[in-house]
Design a protein. Structure first.
Length: 209
């Protein structure tokens, strides 16, 4: 069966998407599952951009539509009781050499929605800045995102710096984005690789059990 929500996101059909989001909320669908399906739609948009079937304008529109949809979902998340104690602290950023942040921003939205405190360092983040932020917020988890393989060297440097500063045993490292896969994450010394935002949330929850 086709997923109308995912299709509307991938086809940039704003009205249809918002209508479907409202329907899903009314049905009592888990808000995090809705966000995950929207993120899968965004991934299709990204793939079409890579194939040059979509351009920068479509990417920007997709981001705006996602934000519109999130505004519908946000009150439901708040109602679900995010006044609970913060589950853990996460420092996250796109590594040095990469300026992509759509995927990272979706992950942040889902982590915050799940009760985590998230310190977003933005894009093109140096290994030194990651370490500095981990110390500043006393983070439990470091999240590194990268779309371009050129950024992998900086991700590796960041983990080496964690080890040098005796932080590796205290901070779990999770990687995501097209530059990574299970093998790459293991090779550079990360604790986990997440293939999508929902998996990232589940892994972070598991880290803190």
């Amino acid at each position: 069966m086709a997923d109308e929500l995912l299709d509307a996101m991938a086809n940039l059909e704003r009205s249809k998407l918002l209508e479907n989001v409202k329907k899903e909320i009314k049905k009592g669908e888990d808000p995090l599952e809705i966000i995950d399906r929207l993120s899968q739609g965004l991934k299709i948009v990204g793939d079409l951009y890579d194939k040059k079937e979509y351009f920068l304008a479509e990417l920007i529109t997709a981001g705006e539509i996602f934000q519109n949809a999130f505004q519908e979902i946000k009150p439901v998340l708040e109602k679900k009781g995010l006044k609970t104690q913060v589950k853990g602290k996460i420092v996250i950023g796109t590594v040095r050499g990469d300026l992509h942040d759509i995927g990272k921003n979706i992950v942040i939205t889902m982590l915050v929605s799940s009760g985590f405190y998230v310190e977003d360092l933005g894009v093109d983040v140096t290994p030194e800045r990651f370490i500095e932020a981990i110390r500043e917020v006393n983070a439990d988890i470091l999240g590194m995102s990268a779309l371009l393989t050129v950024a992998l060297e900086a991700a590796k440097e960041t983990i080496k710096l964690l080890e040098k500063d005796n932080l590796k045993d205290k901070v779990k490292v999770i990687c995501g984005g097209a530059a990574f896969d299970e093998n790459t994450a293991k090779k550079i010394g990360a604790d986990a690789y997440a293939k999508d935002p929902l998996e990232a949330v589940k892994i972070c929850q598991k880290f803190l059990e």
